[in-house]
Design a protein around this ligand. Structure first.
Ligand code: GAL
Ligand code: ZN
Length: 664
């Protein structure tokens, strides 16, 4: 595993650069990422490029033996550009212009911004595209961060109208697809179509889903503009971009297309504080130490990132001490960044780049940690990097193999958005539902890949689709073929409900998934908190499957057509009706889950399934707080607790110290 660091030469006196570079090398760092926010330094006046400083920085870092990644600086258009072309500035959902003074202040559809982005990227790539000191490029920085995926400006309005014209051809088709007759909103002129902000009450969900698709496509196209240039001008360099884990305003499957690999920026304590609520229902977070982050949350982000291209990824920014953007921004105890780096490796990261080299003396991120503190003395990260270097041989051997999951969890952003627009039950989110299954698999030490609907399923034994909300014939057929070949398919609630344009299907539920599942959904209901329905076994085929905990949150009454009923509801509004069914196809099966499972219930079911179908578990009994991942034939054990843990793998006992790891 190679290690690197983010560096901002423009933040330091040039006479520090050589010292910094030499120190980076002295602790074994091999890679350095620079320049992603340096547009103004490169081009202080339109068309007047200042390369000297960057040439010197590259030369200095490279002379010390570091390989360079250059960021395209488009996340930070300089003031002169914004002043001269104010139309590049984005507009928020309240109709306010978002001004310069921080970062990400641009509209992805602004023609002027396209032109200037093209210019700066071209200038950079012409200068360094054939430079062997540079190994690759990061496009922009964290697309969508700070709520910037969706812009509500005039350019976007026109681009949205054009996008809709391409999608629907005629207004009749669009009106029909959206059900625009509702509340008298049928359009008679394309120019009448507004972006779906500032409406009195919620706008038409078909229009909003299309707007979300359009906004995501806009960023994908904007990235493509840069990607095409880099491919042409830097043909032997890799190109990536840095993503944000479980962030979901952009369709990451589309954004990842065409990149050599994806990266993400992992801030475990930061994410747990600020993003944890996206994955756990309010108040339901497991207790890990305050400074270790939540390994379920971070593991989920790793698995999701790996699955975007189904190949090893990079951590482009890895937390190395405290962050500065959460409520508490706590310090971090020794051993933890090392543990995080191994955790990333366990899920398929090949490179970890730490953020940042030295804590900054000025501006917005003064309170953020670095490998060096403000005074240029080694901070906590220094020793963390040294301990990773000391085990490089083991790390390299471990990361030489790909992760080998036999279970896939399906993720689709359009399905996610459709549920987000009409959750029907407070607290119901697509991602939380997915996360339940992820946690259950992790607790059972069953490796999992989180993949797109269109993924090739052939490597898997089991495919779990918590919600297939939008009907997709092709997917139904592929899942059935997968089952016929011996695969186990698990499909959950709210499936087959919507058409692609976010209307309800007129087919009986679960729509196109009915043949696959062999069951009809006769009725469904959201349940208020505390209301639960008991479950009981209905058939000898369910032998060994005991789900003692009652069903809550959401229940569907299933009617078996050709399937076998495994569990029924024993109380509540669907008492006596089927809750879990199994449809055989060839040598495989398709299971229908009729309720929103808890982690415990999903875990009981999966343990039963794994045993029946010989699905490998890395560890039979994983202690709480210990995680297991696999690359090739090697299993990695990670202890996120502050007490030592013993783990038995294949009949052998392994002792793990607090916050320690072991490859077995
Ligand atoms: C990231 C960002 C970096 C820096 C960092 C601070 O999201 O890409 O530029 O702001 O956060 O934690
Ligand atoms: Zn815009």
């Amino acid at each position: 595993m190679q290690l690197g660091v983010c560096y901002y030469p423009e933040h330091w006196n040039p006479n520090r650069w050589a010292i910094d570079a030499q120190q980076m090398r002295s602790i074994g760092l091999e890679i350095v990422r620079i320049a992603e926010f340096s547009w103004q330094k490169i081009e202080p006046v339109e068309g007047n490029y200042q390369w000297d400083w960057l040439d010197t920085a590259i030369e200095t870092l490279s002379a010390a033996g570091l390989k360079l990644i250059l960021g395209t600086p488009t996340a930070t258009p300089p003031p002169w550009l914004c002043q001269q072309y104010p139309e590049i500035l984005p507009v928020d959902a309240l109709g306010h212009t978002r001004h310069y003074g921080s970062r990400r202040h641009y509209c992805p559809n602004s023609p002027a911004y396209h032109q200037h982005s093209q210019r700066i990227v071209q200038a950079l790539a012409e200068r360094y595209g054939h430079d062997s000191r540079v190994i690759g490029w990061q496009i922009d920085n964290e697309f969508g961060d700070h709520d910037t995926a969706r812009c509500y400006c005039q350019h976007c309005t026109h681009a949205y109208q054009a996008w809709l014209k391409t999608r629907y051809g005629t207004l009749e088709t669009l009106n029909e697809a959206w059900g625009a007759v509702f509340w008298s909103q049928s359009y008679t002129d394309w120019a009448q179509i507004r972006l779906p902000n500032l409406t009195v009450v919620n706008p038409n969900p078909s229009a909003v889903l299309d707007y979300y698709r359009f906004a995501s496509d806009s960023v994908v196209n904007y990235q493509k503009l840069q990607l095409d240039l880099l491919r042409q001008l830097a043909p032997s360099h890799f190109v990536t971009t840095n993503l944000l884990g479980s962030y979901h305003d952009l369709d990451y499957h589309k954004l990842a297309q065409g990149l050599d690999f994806v990266s993400w920026d992992s801030y475990p304590t930061g994410y747990t504080e600020t993003h944890g609520h996206r994955l756990y229902p309010p108040g339901e977070r497991p207790q890990f130490a305050f400074d270790v982050g939540d390994p379920y949350v971070i593991g989920f982000c790793h698995a999701l990132t790996y699955g975007l291209l189904r190949r090893p990824f990079w951590i482009m920014e890895q937390q190395i001490g405290n962050v500065n953007w959460t409520d508490y921004n706590t310090g971090v105890r020794p051993g933890t960044p090392r543990l995080w780096s191994w955790h990333a490796a366990g899920h398929g990261a090949d490179v970890v780049v730490f953020f940042r080299w030295r804590a900054c003396l000025f501006a917005q991120e003064q309170y953020h940690s670095g490998v060096l503190n403000h005074a240029a003395e080694p901070a906590l990260g220094w020793d963390e990097i040294l301990s990773l270097q000391a085990e490089q041989a083991e790390l390299k051997q471990f990361t030489a193999q790909p992760p080998t999951a036999k279970v896939a969890l399906l993720l689709d952003y359009e399905n996610l958005w459709a549920i987000q627009l009409q959750p029907h039950r407070k607290e119901f989110t697509y991602l939380r539902h997915l996360f339940v299954w992820y946690c259950a698999l992790q607790a059972l030490a069953i490796p999992v890949e989180i993949v797109a609907h269109r993924a090739d399923f052939s490597q898997f034994q089991c495919v779990i689709a918590p919600t297939l909300h939008i009907n997709d014939d092709g997917l139904a057929e592929r899942l059935q073929a997968f089952a016929a070949q011996g695969g186990q398919v698990v499909v959950g609630i709210r499936s087959g409900f919507k058409t692609e344009s976010n209307r309800v299907t007129d087919a009986p539920l679960p729509g196109v998934y009915r043949t696959l599942l062999g069951s009809k959904v006769q009725a469904w209901s959201s349940l208020p908190p505390q209301v639960q329905c008991a479950l009981e076994s209905a058939s000898p085929a369910a032998a060994g499957l005991h789900i003692a905990e009652p069903a809550g949150q959401w229940v569907e009454s299933l009617h078996s057509e050709t399937s076998q009923v495994l569990l029924t509801y024993a109380s509540g509004l669907y008492s006596g009706k089927a809750a879990l069914t199994c449809q055989a196809h060839g040598s495989g099966n398709a299971y229908t889950f009729g309720w929103y499972p808890s982690v415990g219930q999903a875990r009981t079911f999966l343990a039963w399934l794994a045993e029946r179908h010989a699905m490998p578990r890395l560890v039979e009994a994983l202690p709480y707080g210990v995680f297991a991942t696999q690359r090739g034939a090697q299993t990695l054990l990670l202890n996120f607790l502050d007490t030592p843990q013993d783990v038995e793998v294949g009949g052998r006992r392994h002792s793990l110290a607090a916050r320690d790891v072991k490859v077995v």
